[in-house]
Design a protein around this ligand. Structure first.
Ligand SMILES: [Zn+2]
Length: 405
């Protein structure tokens, strides 16, 4: 993989070298610039910028438009008119601390301010005209989209390996997003292979936002997981080559044919302890020995016995979700095991603090226990039948594009 990469770099430097030698520089071979060349006046932010005195700075904490213009002998009446005239285009109350501004004034002794430019974000700015007509218009920097492909093998960490390949390290965040439901990126391993085709928006030579993955293959535990970006009308999403969503829904409950005997309740009266004790789980009653299923793919992070929990198991599914299963009569997994959704991880019992055979199912989201039945999970629907043809075409297109890089 790395040999291919080095080869690509050689190709690149070779071709640029050839460009230099085969194309004569301007001015050679009698290709002289015209002696009557017209001077192009300097423009910036879409306005005439030449010959103006320019001040610039950043909006300070608590500063408003009038604070900035104060130093330029711009009366408060004029500021109010400017804000009113600009209102339909831009609400000046939306100006934020730390954003950049420029004020261009005439270079004569009067030093009359003509333009105020306020940079709204890395791409968009507002041009306030301060001269004869007070008003505003919106503008944007030209945005370049760079398409790249990075291939590599994890040797230290994804972050460091991306850095060594001269790829943006923020690509690791984009990758973790694409594979949030399938790969735990805090546990990627040496030897895992990645091949990612992505684009990056650039304005003023700086990246804007995170790299966007178009297609990707990540080989984890020897198994390649492919992802393709596709929009079937309800937003961009990632699918495997068969059109299945990369997001996975959890099973509705960890036990089939069970009934909920006690719901998640922060003010529950505990039947054994005879006092108010929050119940941060959902109890599913079922006969002793009924299989308890992992509600999603993951890694076993706890398999133990304690006085209250009895035999219990905890699964880490991804960077966001963990689940725990209590009161088992028997555990059927060990710490470190990788389990699949629907796999039996233990059997229903009443070990620990329990009045009868049931599973106390607990659900963690970002480290906090939540009622999984109230959670809104992102959709995990596959590509719809009527879109499969378009999806197949998109997969081919992305593969061809990636191969050309
Ligand atoms: Zn419970």
């Amino acid at each position: 993989m790395s040999r291919i990469f080095v080869f690509l770099i050689c190709l690149f430097s070779l071709s640029s070298c050839m460009n230099d030698t085969t194309h004569p520089k301007d001015g050679q071979n009698g290709d002289f610039a015209s002696p009557h060349q017209v001077h192009e006046p300097e423009m910036r932010f879409g306005v005439l910028w030449e010959g103006l005195d320019v001040d610039s700075g950043r909006v300070k904490e608590g500063q408003s438009l009038s604070h900035i213009l104060d130093a330029y002998k711009f009366g408060s009446g004029k500021v109010a008119t400017l804000a009113a005239n600009a209102k339909d285009v831009y609400d000046v109350r939306e100006m934020r601390a730390n954003r950049r501004w420029w004020i261009a004034s005439t270079a004569d002794s009067l030093n009359i301010p003509e333009w105020l430019i306020y940079e709204r974000n890395d791409i968009d700015y507002v041009v306030f005209s301060l001269g004869d007509t007070l008003g505003a218009q919106l503008g944007s920097y030209p945005v370049d989209t760079l398409y790249r492909r990075v291939q590599g093998k994890i040797s230290r960490s994804l972050y460091l390996d991306l850095e060594a390949l001269d790829a943006p390290t923020s690509l690791s965040i984009s990758m973790a997003g694409v594979y949030a439901w399938t790969i735990d990126f805090t546990h990627v391993q040496k030897g895992d292979i990645f091949d990612v085709y992505y684009f990056r928006k650039m304005a003023n030579g700086k990246p804007v936002g995170l790299p966007v993955i178009l297609s990707s293959s990540f080989t984890h535990h020897g198994q390649p997981l492919q992802a393709y970006r596709f929009n079937q009308g309800d937003g961009e999403d990632y699918f495997d080559p068969q059109g299945a969503s990369l997001r996975k829904a959890f099973l509705k409950s960890p036990v089939e044919f069970s009934r909920i005997s006690s719901a998640f309740n922060k003010k529950r009266f505990h039947p054994v302890l005879k006092k108010i004790k929050p119940h941060l789980g959902t109890d599913y009653a079922a006969a002793t020995g009924t299989p308890i299923l992992a509600v999603g793919d993951g890694v076993i992070i706890k398999s133990a016995y304690t006085k209250n929990n009895g035999n219990y198991v905890k699964i880490r599914h991804n960077n966001t979700y963990e689940t725990q299963y209590l009161h088992m009569s028997k555990r059927k997994c060990a710490v470190g095991d990788r389990v699949r959704q629907g796999q039996t991880i233990g059997l229903v019992g009443s070990t620990g603090l329990a009045t009868g055979p049931h599973v106390c199912f607990r659900f963690w989201k970002n480290g906090a226990q939540v009622d999984h039945r109230q959670e809104k999970f992102p959709p995990s629907a596959p590509v719809r039948d009527e879109n499969m043809q378009a999806f197949a075409k998109e997969v081919l297109r992305l593969e061809k594009e990636a191969d050309s890089l």
